[in-house]
Design a binder for this molecule. Structure first.
Ligand SMILES: Nc1ncnc2c1ncn2[C@@H]1O[C@H](COP(=O)(O)OP(=O)(O)OP(=O)(O)O)[C@@H](O)[C@H]1O
Ligand SMILES: [Mg+2]
Length: 493
């Protein structure tokens, strides 16, 4: 593997990477950075959590002219959270340079953004809708942009941003460099590539390895009604450092997080109907560990890099293999290990098989854990905590009290009572969860797979696009453009 100094990067960048704990380039960085540094167009595909952000972030910073006070590079990303995260990572790499990346996204006060833009950042990381708004207002000028990155391009297409992206790419000067990155690359991406990129170099992992090997993948089959109790048991047994639970719909996420709280888990929901401030708070609290369980729709699946996520639970099986790959990829990042458990109802087994087929990886079937296993899990945690205190030696102030108690009660009885008190016993508080209909396999999906579409999903296929898209205008791009301005506030799900 290559060390970063071998790429001939600015010493400030190498130093920042060192501060960040990056010692060697990851494989995708190793293969793409030299190409991107030459100014060539590039499609980079690599598994989740393997450092694609720095793979484009480093060349952007390397190629930005520090003296020039214009926007020189634009990264487009599908969600606000991702825009913020990518800008933060670029700024960390840029900490010893006089270069700044500014995140720009819908839902944030536009005047504030305009003021921030006046400070002349060289790099913008934006969601497409808000970027279009600024293009129209001429608060972002395009003529000096010489690099464009599409991060999670396929998701931006799924979210109906295709026209925005085409428009943006059309308006940015031609003699630019275009980079496109994602863990999955369904077909419509190729169309964008053909139209808007100049003989892109393709750096791609084999479909065989679409998921990273360090994530243990398991599934459990059970009726819909049983899912919630099983989830609670698993949380008790695994006691994750941080866990993400994926639900199919926004209502589902709300109900699940409420139900989890009722049963004593520190959980909060994240989905597109929450306002910006709430979304920010939830993510912050999760990153800090104030909440241990994040319940989310697919919005959190893309790109989010939160260290400490040890477990991902697909409470509802994901719609397609692409979503599966991105969801489970929230764990097992940067070489760490992780565990992903998918719940499947008997009628959804075909769906699971389809996912296995496309990802080319079998999930291990696991039996449903029992209530007593859950209790054992929690008891183990209690014991670990007690042993931890003994190791720390911080218990001496309690010794006299312990001796007094032992005069009156025998040690086994005393310790048993203390263990009971400290152990979170499996809880069966009734909760309200509206049943979800099982996911049905659509015939079309299998057909696409059989055709050998390299894409790990079919979500990008035309039919789906039509369904997922915002109400599409029949008019040309210009008419779309107008209409969309009124939408920008809430388009990012
Ligand atoms: N060379 C490196 N050495 C050590 N850690 C790294 C290196 N490159 C990136 N990382 C860290 O690995 C984590 C994952 O990186 P990143 O978010 O860029 O992954 P990704 O490939 O974009 O994943 P996804 O497909 O989910 O978006 C980040 O915390 C990042 O800081
Ligand atoms: Mg990423």
């Amino acid at each position: 593997m290559t060390t970063f100094s071998e790429f001939g990067l600015h010493h400030q960048i190498v130093r920042a990477l060192g501060d960040m704990g990056f010692e060697e380039a990851s494989p995708i960085q190793d293969q793409t950075i030299p190409i991107a540094l030459k100014g060539k167009d590039l499609i980079g595909q690599a598994q989740t959590g393997t450092g694609k952000t720095a793979a484009f972030g480093i060349p952007l910073l390397e190629r930005v002219d520090v003296e020039e006070e214009h926007i020189q590079a634009v990264v487009l990303a599908p969600t606000r959270e991702l825009a913020v995260q990518v800008a933060e990572e670029i700024n960390r790499i840029a900490q010893y340079l006089d270069v700044r990346a500014l995140p720009i996204y819908g839902g944030q006060d536009i005047d504030r953004q305009i003021r921030a833009l006046k400070k002349r950042p060289q790099i913008i990381v934006a969601t497409p809708g808000r970027f279009m708004d600024h293009m129209r207002r001429k608060t972002i000028r395009l003529q000096h942009i010489k690099m464009v990155v599409l991060d999670e391009a396929d998701e931006m297409l799924n979210m109906g941003f295709i026209d925005d992206i085409k428009m943006i790419l059309q308006e940015i000067p031609d003699e630019r460099q275009t980079l496109l990155f994602s863990a999955t690359m369904p077909k419509p991406i190729k169309e964008i590539a053909q139209k808007f990129m100049k003989e892109p170099a393709i750096v791609s992992i084999k479909p065989k390895e679409v998921t990273v090997p360090n994530i243990a993948q398991q599934y459990m089959e059970m009726p819909e009604k049983q899912k919630f109790d099983v989830l609670c048991r698993l949380l008790d047994i695994h006691s994750p450092e941080l866990a993400i639970i994926f639900g199919r719909t926004k209502r589902r996420v709300d109900e699940l997080s409420e139900a989890l709280n009722k049963r004593g888990y520190a959980a909060e929901g994240l989905h597109g109907d929450l306002n910006q401030a709430k979304r920010d708070t939830v993510l912050r609290r999760f990153k800090e560990g104030t909440i241990e369980v994040l319940v989310a729709t697919d919005v959190a699946a893309r790109g989010l890099d939160i260290s400490g996520v040890t477990h991902v639970y697909n409470f509802d099986i994901p719609q397609d293999s692409e979503s599966y790959v991105h969801r489970i990829g929230r764990t097992g990042r940067a070489g760490k290990t992780g565990m992903a458990i998918t719940f499947v109802t008997p009628r959804e087994i075909d769906h699971l098989k389809m996912i296995e087929k496309v990802t080319n990886r079998k999930m291990e079937r696991k039996p449903i854990p029992t209530r007593s296993e859950a209790l054992e899990g929690q008891q183990r945690i209690t014991i670990d905590k007690i042993m931890g205190i003994i190791e720390d030696g911080q218990y001496h102030t309690y010794k006299t009290l312990a001796e007094q108690l032992l005069d009156e009660t025998d040690s086994v009885t005393l310790l048993s009572a203390a263990l009971k008190l400290l152990t979170k016993e499996p809880d069966s508080t009734p909760v309200k969860l509206t049943e979800e209909a099982p996911l049905r396999m659509k015939k079309r999906k299998i057909e696409v797979d059989r055709k050998g579409d390299r894409g790990y999903s079919n979500r990008g296929s035309k039919g789906d696009q039509r369904n997922r898209r915002k109400p599409a205008g029949s008019g040309g791009m210009r008419s779309n453009r107008k209409k969309e301005s009124s939408h920008t506030g809430n388009r990012y799900t």
